[in-house]
Design a protein around this ligand. Structure first.
Ligand code: FDP
Length: 325
């Protein structure tokens, strides 16, 4: 069903009534939608307004920081400052968690990768935003603490991503299925375009940086051999969000495994792997580190990395069998 009438806000209002979702959570997601509109505008005109290229610094996690990374991060911070919605923010672009609001009852913690796939910026490739939301745990004293952020994905109350591709698509879940909204730029509204997304069980595609394949664990290599034997087509965009979105729509698996030099892989648990795992599981798919369910991993630090294998259930189940063999 594609309906011009179902805006993101109307959908959130319906979810609120149907599942007793707190109004603050709806407003938080709506506010993410607003930042997505700002980023859509800025990304599309970046080359015209001097927003391409590096800032000159490395970000909190040692990656080269691009101007759009900084802009995206600042946009998110401004969108949630003084809203009374977010007590603490963990972002890929901030070294430390930002404790945003010291009101005792501010309800949520936001973990976010403001701009995923930054290496695509200068070549006009796909980009994304990924977010996960937790209910704040500690209400003793007034400020939120790190304990509110370092939570396993099983505690997440909402997650989503935005894909800035040929169109801007916002996909989200509050734990009651997954829905996608496409930005109608003429209206300035996200409209429901992907109702109750279900990840196909079989993989039509797989996505991985194969230049590291020789360094992967034998069971991962075995899976790759199997996928190639099945002529599962290779598609790697350089943006996690774009590859996971394709897997969700068409059936597929995205892998970023460990190597001896990077035993935890490259991706970040709190604001990349866990939110995407929540969404994909809600859509009937699976998400694993190389050995366990991503959502059960307990983070020990904000920028902790994790290997990731995510997507279609039949492929992940086969991988589990290969692991146990
Ligand atoms: P990027 O560093 O450009 O932000 O999230 C990290 C990520 O991109 C993913 O979006 C992407 O799939 C992966 O890293 C690309 O890494 P490689 O260049 O090592 O393949």
């Amino acid at each position: 069903m594609i309906t011009q009438a179902m805006t993101l806000d109307r959908y959130l209002w319906q979810q609120q009534k149907a599942f007793n979702i707190p109004v603050e959570l709806s407003i938080l997601i709506s506010q993410i939608g607003y930042t997505a509109k700002i980023l859509t505008r800025e990304i599309s005109r970046a080359a015209l307004v001097g927003q391409l290229g590096l800032v000159g610094d490395k970000n909190a996690t040692g990656d080269a920081q691009k101007k759009l990374d900084v802009f995206s991060n600042q946009t998110i911070i401004e969108a949630f400052s003084d809203t009374g919605l977010v007590a603490a923010l963990a972002s890929e672009e901030l070294e430390m968690a930002k404790f945003m609001d010291c009101r005792n009852h501010t309800p949520y913690v936001l973990c976010i990768d403001p701009l995923d796939g930054s290496s695509n910026i200068d070549s006009s490739g796909a980009l994304g935003t990924i977010f996960g939301v937790y209910q704040r745990k500690t209400y003793n004293g007034c400020c939120s603490v790190e304990q509110d952020i370092l939570r396993s994905g099983t505690e997440m109350v909402a997650a989503g991503y935005i894909l800035y591709g040929t169109s801007t698509v916002l996909v989200c879940t509050c734990g009651h299925g997954v829905n996608g909204f496409t930005l109608d730029t003429s209206l300035g509204e996200f409209l429901l375009s992907h109702l109750n997304l279900q990840c196909p069980s079989e993989s039509k595609y797989y996505s991985a940086n194969l230049s590291y394949a020789q360094e992967w664990q034998p069971h991962i290599q075995k899976l790759i051999v199997h996928l190639n034997q099945q002529h599962t087509s290779l598609r790697y965009s350089g943006a996690l969000v774009a590859d996971v979105h394709r897997s969700l729509i068409e059936g597929g698996v995205y892998l970023y495994p460990s190597t001896p030099d990077y035993p935890d892989g490259k991706l970040r648990l709190l604001y990349e792997c866990a939110p995407l795992a929540f969404i994909v599981e809600q859509a009937g798919g699976m998400a694993m580190t190389e050995t366990k369910r991503v959502l059960e991993l307990q983070p020990l630090s904000i920028h902790q990395r994790s290997p990731l294998i995510i997507g279609s259930k039949a492929t992940l189940t086969l991988y589990e069998q290969m692991l146990q063999a």
